[in-house]
Design a binder for this molecule. Structure first.
Ligand SMILES: [Zn+2]
Length: 210
């Protein structure tokens, strides 16, 4: 009973809302009475249906960020910029703003490999990632974290780390037909049939795990 909404928790009967908690009868994050809500939602949906919009995803021209910077690109098969452009997404390359930063420069190749050899003054320095030609800083909580777990400082600019992290996910939005590994019922799952994990139907999963 929640439509065209995202990041809403413990909500019921909401339309076009973002980030609400424990709410009901909201449209575009605005609270309505139950009666107002149904009238208003009826009106909106009727108009959307007439315009052929209802059930469709938001139009690309409403996308706030260029396609290449969105989370869509972390999904398997969605890094095809040609196809995205055909659908009307802005797939232009994104120029990064390069801010001049003050402080003594140190190349990543000169960073100590043992965190115990890293001194506190690293927090004042500008670290240069030679491979990616990007500068970054280490912040205090990051240094404390590395010290606590005995980890070396990263050799890569955070944006490169994020990119690798997203690519590593290879989040798959495809659904495959499989049979439950316990009761043999036909199911649809994001686990491809050739994958070796044991996959249960919802009922068997609930019985086994919960
Ligand atoms: Zn089953």
């Amino acid at each position: 009973d929640i439509e065209y909404s995202d990041f809403c928790r413990d909500c019921e009967h909401c339309f076009g809302c973002v980030g609400l908690k424990n709410k009901e009868f909201c449209i575009f994050n605005k609270q309505y009475s139950e009666e107002e809500y149904w009238n208003k939602v009826d009106e909106v949906k009727t108009k959307m249906l007439a315009d052929g919009e209802y059930g469709e995803f938001f139009p690309p021209e409403y996308a706030v960020f260029p396609y290449r910077l969105t989370v869509a690109t972390s999904f398997l098969g969605f890094r095809d910029y040609g196809t995205a452009a055909k659908y009307g997404y802005d797939t232009a390359l994104v120029e990064e703003s390069v801010e001049e930063t003050g402080g003594e420069k140190v190349n990543v190749s000169e960073l100590p490999s043992d965190i115990r050899d890293v001194k506190d003054d690293i927090l004042e320095k500008v670290i240069f990632d030679e491979k990616n030609s990007k500068s970054f800083r280490i912040i205090k909580p990051e240094l404390e974290f590395c010290r606590r777990y005995g980890l070396p400082l990263s050799r890569e600019h955070p944006s490169i780390r994020m990119q690798k992290w997203r690519e590593g996910f290879e989040i798959n939005l495809m659904f495959y037909k499989r049979t439950c590994d316990r009761c043999n019922k036909d199911i649809e799952t994001s686990y491809a049939p050739e994958r070796k994990e044991t996959v249960y139907c919802e009922q068997c999963y609930q019985a086994e795990v919960v």
